[in-house]
Design a protein around this ligand. Structure first.
Ligand code: CTP
Ligand code: CA
Length: 224
């Protein structure tokens, strides 16, 4: 943890933050998941609390502890996260979608453990698309509410990275999109992050790097 902003500029504001990564069950003992640790989402919650906001944290399989004073909603799958965030967003001043949401889930969830003797040397999984939760929130368009999405990309070229972010913004229609590079060694488990934030028009409004807590502060500044 670094220093947390001490200004109380979010007093009276209700901020909903999704964090972590969804897990999509295959059978009672297995899931498809991703490497999101939830650290950036939790850092956003800590920074928002320190600035006086009330925070609802919708947590999907966090690898780190949630701050004590958030209203905590635990979810597992993308569909559970969608239900929780849609409900919480109704009265929120800002919604930050930091969670890594599975794009697909297994079409069929087996009631019993899948046995390898029934499947042979290869196993083909049929997946179906999950709803795009962020795009759905943007479509609902609550006036006065700030909607922030994240874009995790493995692109290494900074120009192409921003181009990917702009294309993603056009698909999502949120107010701000936080573009960050992820890879085998960067992004997820790390305590640091480097971000480029685009506004609705695709213009760069913020570039920041540092601890996830300091980056969180820069993201919250956009809400102000
Ligand atoms: N997101 C979402 N619902 C999904 C997938 C993603 O709400 N089913 C949100 C994420 O929480 C994030 C943003 O959309 O805030 C971008 O997620 P990302 O995976 O980078 O973008 P996708 O649109 O899923 O595109 P792709 O994975 O193909 O790059
Ligand atoms: Ca995705």
């Amino acid at each position: 943890h670094g220093t947390v902003e001490s200004t109380a500029d979010l007093v009276g504001k209700h901020i909903v933050i999704t964090a972590g990564g969804t897990r999509e069950p295959l059978d009672p003992v297995r899931f498809l998941g991703n490497r999101s640790s939830g650290k950036q989402g939790v850092a956003l919650a800590e920074a928002a609390l320190a600035r006086g906001a009330s925070v609802t944290l919708i947590a999907a399989n966090l690898e780190v502890a949630a701050p004590a004073s958030v209203e905590l909603r635990l979810v597992g799958t993308a569909l559970e996260l969608e239900a929780a965030v849609t409900e919480a967003a109704a009265g929120a001043d800002a919604v930050i979608m930091a969670a890594a949401v599975a794009d697909y889930r297994p079409l069929l969830v087996q009631d019993d453990k899948i046995k390898k003797d029934d499947t042979g040397d290869t196993l083909l999984l049929e997946l179906t698309r999950n709803p795009d939760i962020l795009a759905g929130l943007a479509q609902a368009h609550r006036p006065g509410q700030v909607l922030i999405g994240f874009a995790a990309e493995t692109e290494t070229d900074p120009v192409r990275l921003v181009a990917l972010g702009r294309a993603k913004m056009a698909r999502k229609g949120c107010d701000f999109l936080v573009v960050n590079r992820v890879g085998w060694a960067e992004g997820f488990a790390s305590d640091r992050n480097a971000i480029t934030v685009l506004d609705h028009a695709g213009d760069i409004v913020c570039e920041a790097s540092g601890t996830k807590l300091s980056v969180a502060g820069r993201i919250l500044d956009l809400i102000i």
